[in-house]
Design a protein around this ligand. Structure first.
Ligand code: PEP
Length: 282
């Protein structure tokens, strides 16, 4: 083999290795802005909600984080008029298609009309209590996105599924149902919230290593099934008993790009502290 050919082969091999290395880096870490959501669920009164808004407004939020609060639907307008920047508003759910004869539901068109930029979809409480299937969550996600409402899409395994070693398969099946409905570009407007069901509202938080392991698995799956670019940009929140005491350690993990917070989001001071854990993110 001539010297010239040998040199060319060597260069090609180095280029291949560095491409592999680059894609390994992409798979292992998120590059999106830290994002924290507060899911207020079905809690509050006019009075308590006003106090929570005042407490949130009085906190100082770092510029390194995007913050999204999801009040109960009946108070959404009130909260929207009270919360200052940088707080954004999300609904906790919306209907799967255009509005009409769907008693008790709220359509994505209504959210859009009311200037609500985000909606949480597929929360485990809606999956388990309201019978929402993976496929239904996928269809809802697509409809909301097509209507111009961005989506926080929740995934996560039950305790029995974790104990059976099915954690990643459950998460992948939930993601696949979304993937089947959306385009590659749609992922720009989706946040994935990994919320192990056994950690939601139980005070049992996943350890930082447990959470990181699933987040890295989800990002790898995204890289292989969507693209390395989307995998590195998509934000993956952790949710499940996050509080002011455990957020900093979780935020340090390279694939944890933020949190979805239930209980602790009803305490303004604690929630601000959780938002500011963005400073500990890689
Ligand atoms: C949630 O419901 O999304 C959640 C994470 O709740 P908690 O923080 O209370 O566990």
């Amino acid at each position: 083999m001539s010297n010239k050919l040998m040199k060319m082969r060597a260069q090609q091999s180095i280029a291949r290795q560095s491409r592999r290395h680059a894609s390994a880096l992409v798979v292992c870490e998120g590059t999106g802005k830290f994002v924290v959501g507060g899911n207020w669920k079905c809690n509050g009164t006019k009075d308590s909600i006003d106090k929570l808004c005042a407490s949130l407004n009085s906190g100082e939020i770092t510029a390194d984080v995007e913050v999204i609060c999801a009040p109960p639907m009946v108070y959404i307008d009130r909260v929207q008029s009270k919360l200052n920047a940088p707080y954004q508003i999300a609904a906790q759910n919306c209907w799967v298609s255009k509005g009409g004869a769907f008693t008790g539901e709220v359509s994505a068109e209504m959210l859009k009309d009311a200037n609500i930029p985000w909606v949480i979809l597929g929360h485990s409480e809606r999956r388990s209590l309201c019978g929402e299937t993976n496929e239904f969550v996928g269809l809802k996600t697509k409809y909301a996105l097509d209507t111009g409402v961005k989506v926080v899409a929740c995934i996560g395994e039950s305790l029995a599924q974790r104990e059976a070693g099915d954690t990643l398969n459950v998460c992948f099946a939930q993601l696949k149902a979304i993937l089947d409905c959306v385009t590659e570009k749609d992922w720009e407007n989706i946040i994935i919230a990994y919320e192990p069901v056994w950690a939601i509202g139980t005070g049992k938080v996943a350890t930082p290593d447990q959470a990181q392991e699933v987040h890295a698995g989800v990002r790898k799956w995204m890289s292989e099934n969507v693209s390395p670019d989307v995998a590195s940009k998509v934000r993956i929140q952790y949710g499940g008993s996050v509080n002011a005491g455990n957020c900093d350690e979780l935020a340090m993990k390279p694939d944890i790009d933020g949190f979805l917070v239930g209980g602790a989001s009803l305490d303004g001071e604690a929630f601000v502290k959780i938002c500011n854990s963005a400073a500990h993110s890689k």
